[in-house]
Design a protein around this ligand. Structure first.
Ligand code: ADP
Length: 272
């Protein structure tokens, strides 16, 4: 009847020929699925700590509790859950900020990685000494990178926090910042339990964790490596992960050589 039906829609078929419309619906469906999974994950991640806080609040409101110690411990647990929600919201904002910034990074400056690493290690020293970890650094003091400091801070903070979290007490972590023939290379290596090959492909996906329970107990949001990958790729860089069970993991952020800058003396780094 001079009409053609495609996906439930009837199109007129002209005498002179046919109108054919191709649309890649698989891609659209995949994106929609990713979005739905993301919303479900965020809701789930926020709901669990909220439920805990609410439960304790109801206990306190119902009162009277046995003693101050019990009140204290419930307040402490509520604080922990609130901090967890705060990290999640902060990580979500970091991701959103990077995804919204389609344009090239604009507020770039010469970032002195050696100073940044040292001040981050300083903010993390409590957990480093608590676990009696040895941290080896090999940082090119004169090598800067032309980038936004927030991005480099996110990359380093997440990689260092993970290395500390997933390395058993008494072992070591190595941080290296060097210029190689093919680009600038930031390496964070740990001597932890490693990541099995089947997980390695997926660990930079949002909310992907090898062991959900363990990661949550350690205060992880499951967004750290997604943030790292995004931040590296903003600079047309590449994040490479190598790992062997029982031997540890190595994360390498590789940046284009054009971002290299001679580092100026004594750039003050303030970590917020
Ligand atoms: P999380 O907040 O859970 O640490 P990330 O996105 O930073 O989330 O990491 C995703 C998962 O990858 C972690 O839950 C953990 O299972 C694994 N992982 C990340 N870094 C390491 C590491 N250095 N050693 C072993 N496993 C790691």
């Amino acid at each position: 009847d001079n009409q053609i039906q495609l996906e439930g829609v009837r199109y007129p078929l002209a005498d002179a020929g046919a109108l054919v419309i191709f649309r890649d619906v698989t891609r659209i469906r995949q994106l929609e699925q990713v979005r739905q999974d993301f919303v479900a994950n965020v809701s789930h991640e926020l709901r669990s700590p909220l439920t805990v806080v609410r439960g304790f609040l109801e206990n306190l409101l119902d009162g009277p509790l046995a003693d101050d110690e019990e009140v204290g411990s419930q307040l402490y647990l509520m604080e922990q859950q609130t901090l967890r929600m705060q990290s999640l919201v902060e990580d979500l904002l970091s991701l959103a900020r990077m995804e919204a910034a389609e344009a090239e990074p604009e507020r770039c400056d010469t970032v002195l990685i050696s100073a940044l690493v040292m001040s981050l290690l300083d903010t993390l020293k409590l957990s480093i000494t608590e676990k009696n970890l040895q941290v080896y650094t090999e940082l090119d003091n004169s090598l800067g990178i032309f980038a936004e400091q927030v991005d480099l801070t996110s990359i380093l903070r997440n990689l260092l926090e993970n290395a500390i979290k997933y390395t058993p007490a008494g072992r070591s972590i190595t941080v290296r910042w060097t210029q190689e023939p093919d680009g600038l290379r930031l390496l964070v290596q740990d001597t932890g339990d490693g990541i099995a090959a089947e997980h390695l492909q997926r660990i930079t996906e949002r909310f992907y964790r090898v062991d959900k329970g363990r990661s949550r107990r350690m205060g992880g949001t499951g967004l750290g490596l997604a943030i790292v990958r995004h931040a590296v790729e903003r600079y047309h860089g590449h994040l490479d992960v190598r790992s062997k069970i029982g031997e540890g993991s190595t994360f390498i952020a590789q940046f284009p050589p054009s971002l290299a800058r001679k580092a100026t003396e004594s750039a003050d780094i303030v970590i917020k």
